[in-house]
Design a protein around this ligand. Structure first.
Ligand code: SAM
Length: 313
């Protein structure tokens, strides 16, 4: 594959490198914010499933702008961003990083410990499992990530705060909507134009955190699924239909289309990825390949030497 083929195929990948974002996903958060204004006035945020860190970059940029604005009016505290992922992430200035599994109680406790005397204004989660190709399994794991994120959120989000999370629009998604509706009066499902139409991913934007009266966040019940719940038994408010919002209009590039490299009317320049993976899962394969090449070369040399020494001059 050519060096520029991904640039040709994916305009958001190309733009991300041009604008200095670590991943094309940055545009998803930016487009959700354009439509739903989730970053206005936010000072403390948690980015769950954050690697390689483009959402944290967006948060860092916007929270610092909010801080500067607040300083002008006098009363301001420096922003706080906590980013969590299973994978290690290259450092980002001003972002506290935790490496861990968000479905694990110890990671959840670590996150919560950063909000001892304060609360977050916003929790975002772009978590996606490594897709197995077994759709039901992928959808189930995705929903467990969302519920784990929601459970952490109930420990740290301030009343009135916002929760944004990736969701797979699949069978039984209404059960998740119903669970979210228990905590948030406003639950929207959004699809940014940078998210491929061919993907079942969408994002729930949940506003105005208002836990039910008497609700106590509890880590012993991390996935909020203490009782097996038969979806068909849900009625009324528990089967709410969530408004669907498309972020962006037809003036935005379509993420499933290939555009020519000069599409945006400017001369094309190739950009290296902003942040290459620091510990990619294919690292071991690369090392093996490198060693294998050396062995090949060594054995090639040996054959030549053997041939030479057996020659009678
Ligand atoms: N928002 C990120 C960005 O803009 O750079 C991209 C996130 S990527 C689509 C999904 C991430 O979810 C992966 O980095 C993966 O390691 C993480 N992830 C999946 N399951 C997780 C879990 N149980 N705990 C923590 N992170 C998880």
């Amino acid at each position: 594959m050519g060096k520029t083929s991904k640039d040709k195929r994916d305009i958001y990948y190309r733009r991300a490198k041009e604008e200095g974002w670590r991943a094309r996903s940055a545009f998803k958060l930016l487009q959700i914010d354009n439509e739903c204004h989730i970053l206005n006035g936010v000072n403390k945020a948690v980015d769950l499933c954050a690697a390689p860190g483009s959402w944290s970059q967006v948060l860092s940029r916007r929270l610092n702008e909010n801080y500067k604005k607040a300083l002008e009016t006098g009363n301001a505290t420096p922003p706080k961003i906590v980013a969590v992922d299973l994978q290690a992430m290259a450092p980002l200035e001003g972002v506290i990083q935790i490496q861990g599994d968000i479905t694990n109680i110890n990671t959840a406790k670590q996150i919560i410990s950063h909000f001892d005397n304060e609360q977050a204004d916003l929790v975002v989660c772009d978590g996606a499992p490594d897709v197995t190709g077994l759709h039901d399994m992928d959808i189930y794991i995705q929903s467990q990530l969302l519920l784990a994120a929601l459970n952490i959120t109930t420990h740290i989000l301030r009343q009135g705060g916002t929760f944004v999370a990736k969701i797979f629009r699949a069978k039984d998604v209404t059960l998740l909507y119903a669970q979210l509706k228990i905590f948030f009066p406003y639950v929207y499902c959004t699809k940014p134009s940078s998210s491929r139409n061919s993907s079942i991913e969408a994002f729930v934007v949940c506003k105005d955190y208002s836990p039910p009266e008497g609700y106590k966040p509890h880590m012993l019940n991390p996935l909020l699924t203490h009782k097996p719940c038969d979806f068909d038994e849900l009625t009324g408010i528990n089967r709410v239909i969530v408004p669907f919002v498309v972020c962006g209009d037809l003036s935005q590039p379509d993420s499933d289309t290939c555009y020519p490299l000069n599409f945006e009317g400017k001369e094309y320049t190739y950009h290296e990825p902003v942040q290459t993976p620091i510990a990619p899962p294919y690292q071991e394969a690369l090392t093996l390949l490198e060693n294998r090449d050396t062995d090949f070369r060594r054995s090639d040399v040996n054959v030549v030497v053997d041939n030479l020494s057996s020659m009678t001059i």
